[in-house]
Each structure stands twice: as C-alpha cells, then as structure tokens.
Design a binder for this molecule. Sequence first.
Ligand SMILES: NC(=O)c1ccc[n+]([C@@H]2O[C@H](COP(=O)([O-])OP(=O)(O)OC[C@H]3O[C@@H](n4cnc5c(N)ncnc54)[C@H](O)[C@@H]3O)[C@@H](O)[C@H]2O)c1
Length: 368
Amino acid sequence: MIVGVPKEIKNKENRVSMVVAGVRALNNAGHQVLVQAGAGLGAGITDQEYQAAGATIIEGAKDIFAKADMIVKVKEPLPEEYELLREGQILYTYLHLAADERLTKALLDRKIIGIAYETIQPADRSLPLLAPMSAVAGRMATQIGATYLQKDHGGKGMLLGGVTGVARANVTILGGGVVGVNAAKMAVGLGAKVTILDVNVDRLEYLNDIFGNAIHTLYSNNEQIEKSVIESDLVISAILVPGAKAPKLVTRQMVSRMAPGGVIIDVAVDQGGAVETCRPTSHEHPTYTVDQIIHYAVPNMPGAVPRTSTYALTNVTLRYGLMIANLGWKEAVSRDPALYKGVNIANGKLTYKAVAEDLGLPYEALKI
Ligand SMILES: NC(=O)c1ccc[n+]([C@@H]2O[C@H](COP(=O)([O-])OP(=O)(O)OC[C@H]3O[C@@H](n4cnc5c(N)ncnc54)[C@H](O)[C@@H]3O)[C@@H](O)[C@H]2O)c1
C-alpha cells in the first residue's frame, strides 16, 4: 500500500501523523511511505531522518493525496484538502464529524473511507486513541496553572508546593479520569494539596488506591464542589459526560468567591466547558480574567507540545495503521471490532450512528 503523510495545515498545528519508527515499520512490512517535505519539522523530525528510514519526500500535498492509498493525518481535513481526496481512498485521522457538517458532507461526496481515531473503541469501552492527548492535556493543566499562579503572570504569587514552613497551594480537580489523574500526578509531584471530585465512586476508590493519602477524594455534588472551589488556588476542570455537553459545575458565584489571583484551567472546554465563566481561548491569547480570577480555556492544549504529543499519538495510531495497510481496510475492520467502530464513513454512507444522529443525516450500518 502507498501511505501518505501530509503536513498539517490547521493553524498552529505542529504535530505530524507519523514518526520515523512508523515509516520504518511500514517499510519493513513492504509498504511505501510518502512524506510531505517539512511535515515533521514542528515535531523536530527532519526530511533527512524520514528519508533514512525509507520514506520518499514529496514537495506539496497535492502529489501525496494523488498517489496514496491511505492518507494518515492528525487533524480533520480543511476545505482546501477536501478536493484532494479521491474515491475509495482511506483517510485515517481525528475526524470529529459531529462538530462539522460541512466536512461530513464533503467526505460523503468524495466517497472516501473515513476511519476516525476518536471512535476506535475496544470492548472495554476505552478510547485508546484519545487517551494520550488527555494525558498530555492533564499534565499541561497543572504546569500551566502553576505558571499563572506566579505574580509575574498575574496570579496571586504562590508556589504550588510552598516551601518548608509555608502553606502549600490548594488544587481542586473536577473529574478523575485520564486528564484528572495526570493533572493530579503533576500537582502531587509539585507538592500541592490536591482534592479530586468525581461522580464515579469506583473511580474515587481507584484514585485512593493509587495516590493513597497524597490526595483527598470527594464525591462530586454541588455542595462539595462549591466548598472545594472557593478554597482553591488552582481549579482544573477535567470532566467528561460521553456524548454530551459538559454541565456547568462551577458557577459564576463560586468563581467570584475564590481569592483574587486564583487560576481556573477548563480542560473540558472542548466539550463546552464545566465552568460558567469559561469561553474558548487560543494559544495566542490563552487567558482572560473574571472577578480577578485567571481563566485558561484552550481547546487544543496538546498542540503546544508537539514533540511530546506527536510521539504520544503515534504510539497508539501506528498499530491500527499497520493493520489497515497490511490487510486492507475491509479485512482489518472485519477482524478487529475496535477498528470497525472507527469507520465513520464508507462508500458515501455515514456508518457511525451517533454522528448521523447528531447531524440529522441518514445512517447505514457498515456491512463488510
Ligand atoms: N482542552 C484540551 O486540549 C483537551 C485535551 C484532551 C481532553 N480534553 C477534554 O478533557 C475532558 C476530560 O477528558 P478525559 O479523557 O479525562 O475523560 P475521562 O472520561 O477519562 O474522565 C472524565 C471523568 O469525569 C467524571 N465526571 C463526569 N461527570 C462529573 C461530575 N459531574 N463531577 C465530577 N466528575 C465527573 C467521570 O466520572 C470521569 O471519571 C473531556 O471533556 C475532554 O474532551 C481537552
């Protein structure tokens, strides 16, 4: 199979969909990998490194799309890429179709095979191709929160871990899933006083088992959230209600009762945010202030650390990418039920029910 790796063109997107190890693995399996010139630079990978691993470097995206049987990307295609896609071509990437009707219709019209990272789901209902980005965002949340708590960044001028004889900062983490656990690891490591709230009691049990007395766990309800938030120096919102917009758990009134110079990081902003006063921001202008509380709500946090997130992403995408290349998409999908769930579009039909329902478009189960 010919596998194409175009350069990402979304604003400030520096990740790339394949690293040198991926090129080597595909090459060893007898496939040809075409990499667009400069595609890896944002993640610190040069054309020469790709070439040494067996890739062919191609100038411009046009030729890659024209020649490849499978396009491997990070982000969904943008309008200027729609027309480059060809009937029957496999597109393996994050698609997030429910949020983009125009993209969905374009992919249906082009009759491509759209395999979405975010819906590949094994029987345990985990989302293995989403989790690494949550891990990155969770770790960043604490790091960024610690920075904004500094006076020179507008915060109250406090070190997360304090020092001997001086109080540590209070960190509240709403949601103890992948983001929450990773935020907690960093906050505990820096010596903060960490409280995690979740509605899933089994999850709280698990958090207690792994962190022991290094954290406090609380069942998440309005009263506990209020108490914890107003006493916090840093609040990290990390909740997810699958398939739904995030509920506004932190109200404006709670925010106004936090001490001035406190920081809120709403990681869940990509699902609408769990903080009433949060609105999406960007890497260029990441923060704003409400009631003297710094708000950070960037929906694509991992984009700021492309070297880490490129490797975290490709560690989990390569396995399925190789399977598709080795077996062809139909055989791969029929052998692996997790990959079957990844197919959102095939032969001009929308084959992922939740996306079809969200967009009010016809759904047709994938028949292999
Ligand atoms: N901003 C970014 O760049 C970025 C990057 C990655 C993930 N995210 C977002 O971060 C959020 C968390 O992702 P995740 O992978 O950790 O999800 P997850 O499913 O692993 O964890 C979510 C947790 O929230 C808990 N929860 C649900 N309702 C709650 C409530 N009312 N109170 C407290 N806890 C509640 C769940 O029980 C679960 O443990 C998602 O919205 C995701 O889209 C954002």
